[in-house]
Write a protein that binds this ligand. Sequence first.
Ligand SMILES: Cc1ncc(COP(=O)(O)O)c(C=O)c1O
Length: 454
Amino acid sequence: MSAGDTMARRAAEITATETERLLERTPKSRALYERAVSHMPYGVGSSFQANDPYPIYVEQGMGSHLWDVDENEYVDFHGGFGCNVVGHAHPKIVEAVDRAVRTGTHFATTTEVTVAFAEELCRRFGLEKVRFTNSGTEATMDAIRIARAATGRDDVVKMEGSYHGHHDTVMFSVLPNADAMGGREQPSTTPMSKGIPADVALHTHVVAFNDAEALARMLDDRSGSVACVILEPVMMNIGVVLPEAGYLEAVRELCTRHGVVLIFDEVKSGATIAAGGAIERFGVQPDLACFAKAIGGGTPTAAFGGRADVMEVIEHGAAQQGTFNGNPLVAAAGLAALTQVLTADAYEYLGHLGTRLADGCSKAIAEHGIPAHTVDLGAKGCVSYRSEPLRNYRDFLETRTELYNASYPWAVNRGVFMTPGDEEQWTLSVQHTEGDIDRYVDAFADFCAAVARG
Ligand SMILES: Cc1ncc(COP(=O)(O)O)c(C=O)c1O
């Protein structure tokens, strides 16, 4: 048996024993699932929260910790899919939300706190104008509409393997199956969901990340019809895929040359990988950028913005609206998060923790010869089960899923709360301690040893 086969067999054994243990530890989650599934598909509020055979239901969070309904305690590395960089129940957020609750949570008129929140977003990310939405999905949906209105064009280019929310235009080639994804040179536009009219696919085109030549060919072929290129400047829905040197600059230049609106989807990277997100970290300014998750300090808000001359189409016939947009409750939480919690010192601290975590995991990977690597980007990072870093989605298909499948229940059983799904990554908060990081590293090192034991 080859070393790879032995590791796969060992991973399957670990998955079986650790899953059994996880099910034994979570009877109340099972009971709540049985109740929930009578009234909600999969027993959850969003399909991303589903898990097999049932999800873990959380009861409360405090600082960097959370507790499930069975009173199991965890350090939270899930971060509510990347939102909780402030941690749970941070006193500054509690104070801001408490004040808002006592003075009125919703008027559907713009309040001063909303204006201040807009000012802070513009300052951080180098935007001229912003508008608010309630989710990352709405932010990318509206940014695309604004780009279409500003250019008078219909077509959208996205990267294979990127998720930009669940509106129709971008629900293509998110995690396409190998047999449906088409050739490397020209990936097909593959729907991620039933219920999307086939015609929508005619306006969404797909290229590989980190391949500026493919994008150049696409824009040459479709000259005059492409309204925007939307991409995550660092891909964060297949682990973490960094842009290669010069790639984002080349994308910027191509979009400028073709009169195409460049949209950065910073829903995950904004306010996590640097104070100014990927725009600051990689030094490339898009025409529009989308934000959600961490900017709300744990409350559901989102925004998009950028060049004033593009955003001004909102004043000339492009619709952008929503009852709860910029609502004072979430604006207060977001403003407190960005101005009082996620300060320059906070980013330094998150960087320190992230490097401790990634280095600790890298050491265990090397020691036990695991086919994996780590990525370290401040509050975000991951272990990917492939020896070489990923360049694009097709590399993700080569990751060792069986190792991830074994690692998930292993971690959860040792008090390390992680996202179900190898496309996700860890999120750290300002309330995490070095001790919290070491809990992850110790559990991971033991996992590597167990897998390598053969
Ligand atoms: C990069 C990216 N864009 C957009 C979205 C959609 O955000 P939301 O779930 O708030 O609609 C997500 C969600 O995970 C995301 O990761």
